[in-house]
Design a protein around this ligand. Structure first.
Ligand SMILES: Nc1ncnc2c1ncn2[C@@H]1O[C@H](COP(=O)(O)OP(=O)(O)OP(=O)(O)O)[C@@H](O)[C@H]1O
Ligand SMILES: [Mg+2]
Length: 245
């Protein structure tokens, strides 16, 4: 369970998050919508304890992470994996090594076990044939798949955080990535892995999420299901979600 209690955060004097409160179970499928620079990536970093709030509390499974030491945060982060914006692969490593990186770094698996796990993960995201390629040789869609495989490598997270996983992809490739995201969170609540997808691509959000939050001016201007989203009377939000109305 993730709980935000009146969380405030700014970079130096610039206020980014201005009093956010919400509760979310790990099995939920949530889309965080909002324009560029509204604080979506910042919100994910706060959940992971990569940034600390200036004010307010963030509870993960009942533990207030705003007071934890870095070593304790490592435990809390095991609940999650994150697929960073633009994939963020290591340019100088093959696909295989990108996925193996965390396994080599953070587990005591043998090289043979690592190779096996990497192959299994690449098969799961549908790109086992690309294992020896370099990131620059991959299309954008393939890079996202590698990033997703890598995020799953080191742990079986309770929740996956995706930062703009379909941005910059053509509609068909974006659709395939949404399919993969759904596959990784399949099943019925509470017995499934949840997700938080941060995106400004509203159509993609509706393909994978059941709950929608809209960030504006550092606050949650909307929080509800698809039906409520479509029925919103907020003029700006209506323009933002125009493509699904
Ligand atoms: N490391 C940083 N130092 C200073 N300001 C930052 C830093 N990271 C982000 N910001 C600022 O914080 C605000 C929120 O940034 P954030 O990356 O969370 O936005 P976003 O909603 O993810 O935008 P986008 O849709 O473009 O990815 C922006 O105004 C940005 O300029
Ligand atoms: Mg962002």
């Amino acid at each position: 369970m993730i709980v935000f209690e009146d969380v405030h955060f700014g970079f130096n004097s610039k206020k980014v998050i201005d009093g956010i409160s919400f509760e979310a179970a790990f099995y939920e499928k949530i889309a965080v919508l909002g324009g560029s620079g509204e604080g979506k990536t910042t919100l994910l970093k706060l959940i992971l304890g990569l940034l600390r709030p200036d004010r307010g509390r963030i509870l993960i499974d009942g533990r207030d992470i705003t007071t934890l030491k870095e070593s304790e945060l490592v435990e809390v982060r095991k609940n999650f994996s994150i697929v960073f914006q633009e994939g963020a692969l290591f340019d100088s490593m093959t696909v295989k090594d990108n996925v193996a990186f965390c396994l080599r770094e953070f587990t005591s698996l043998s090289e043979e076990e690592i190779q096996q796990r990497v192959r299994e993960l690449l098969r799961r995201v549908g790109i086992e044939e690309a294992e020896d390629l370099m990131p620059e040789e991959l299309s954008g869609g393939m890079q996202r798949r590698v990033a997703i495989a890598r995020s799953l490598a080191a742990c079986e997270p309770k929740m996956i955080l995706y930062d703009e996983p379909t941005t910059g992809l053509d509609p068909l490739t974006a659709d395939t990535i949404c399919g993969l995201i759904n596959e990784l969170s399949s099943g019925d609540p509470p017995n499934r892995r949840g997700l938080i997808i941060v995106t400004h691509k509203v159509t993609d959000a509706t393909k994978v999420a059941e709950r929608f939050m809209y960030l504006r001016n550092g606050r949650i201007a909307f929080d509800g299901d698809l039906q409520a989203l479509r029925a919103t009377q907020d003029e700006e939000l209506k323009r933002f979600i125009n493509e699904i109305l």
